[in-house]
Design a binder for this molecule. Structure first.
Ligand SMILES: O=C(O)c1ccccc1NCC(=O)[C@H](O)[C@H](O)COP(=O)(O)O
Length: 255
């Protein structure tokens, strides 16, 4: 049993206490893809991540709102808030607090396996959600993707290998995140994005290079591979001046 299996098991247990249906409030999500594609530099999704299974505590005492405001001052395209509690020490309250404090789109980063989690994320202010191919069947991915689209939420379909990429493409998604981290072994390798985009760089899809991005040269590597956006967590959470780091990572998009 991997930590990823454990996280999914905990989610299933939590869902047992959810009502059968969660009604959604009236709201209009803030667009993300169009913003990430608006200029010639890479989009940046800056993540709020207090802790992680691979690293333990990263910055557990952080104020999510303070961190989010620094990200905005660095020109971040969007903010990702990890809301999983047991391993990442996040919550939907963090998501809501960040949403109320900033105007940029907000991603709910969690392990979504049920439509009611999407409804909750939506009610707490998510503009974007994440669907992780590694924990969903094709049918589950499609039905969650369709439900999120009905709410005008943008979906990042996350893949790590060729088989997941092929499954994701069947959805004809607008956005695909390529996670350089293997969520089962925690091994991180930027070659993951490079190798997958060499073969599957479809025009019209925004590809996001996720995880393990530390330096400007990492950003250039992701850009050259064909990514139009980056998702960066630990590097920003450990730095005292995350706004400056964001400015450095916002390198030119590669033609
Ligand atoms: O970060 C982990 O250890 C992790 C373990 C298991 C499942 C998911 C995990 N992280 C989620 C992410 O993919 C990252 O938070 C995100 O891509 C940012 O990565 P990084 O810049 O390396 O913090």
């Amino acid at each position: 049993m991997t930590i990823l299996d454990d996280i999914v098991e905990v989610k299933k247990r939590q869902l047992e206490s959810y009502p059968e249906e969660i009604k959604t409030i009236e709201r209009t999500p803030v667009p993300f893809k169009v913003k990430a594609e608006a200029d010639g530099t890479l989009g940046i999704i800056s993540e709020i991540k207090r802790a992680s299974p691979s690293k333990g505590d990263i910055n557990p005492g952080i104020s999510p709102v303070f961190q989010a405001e620094q990200y905005v001052s660095g020109g971040t395209t969007a903010i990702s808030v990890l809301t999983e509690t047991d391993y990442f020490k996040g919550s939907l309250d963090d998501l809501q607090a960040v949403k109320q404090a900033v105007d940029v789109p907000v991603l709910n980063k969690d392990f979504i396996i049920d439509q009611r989690q999407i409804a909750k994320a939506y009610n707490h202010g998510a503009d974007i959600i994440l669907l992780i191919a590694a924990i969903l069947s094709d049918e589950e991915m499609k039905s969650l993707y369709d439900y999120a689209s009905e709410l005008n939420l943008e979906c990042i379909v996350e893949v790590h290998d060729e088989e997941e990429m092929k499954r994701a493409l069947k959805l004809q998604p607008e956005i695909i995140g390529i996670n350089n981290r293997n969520l089962k072994t925690f091994e991180v390798d930027l070659k993951t994005t490079e190798t997958l985009l060499e073969k599957y760089n479809h025009p019209g899809i925004l590809f996001i290079g996720e995880s393990g991005i530390k330096t400007e040269s990492d950003a250039v590597r992701m850009s050259k591979a064909g990514a139009g956006c980056l998702l960066v967590g630990e590097t920003l959470m450990r730095d005292n001046t995350p706004a400056e780091v964001i400015r450095k990572l916002k390198v030119a998009k590669h033609d």
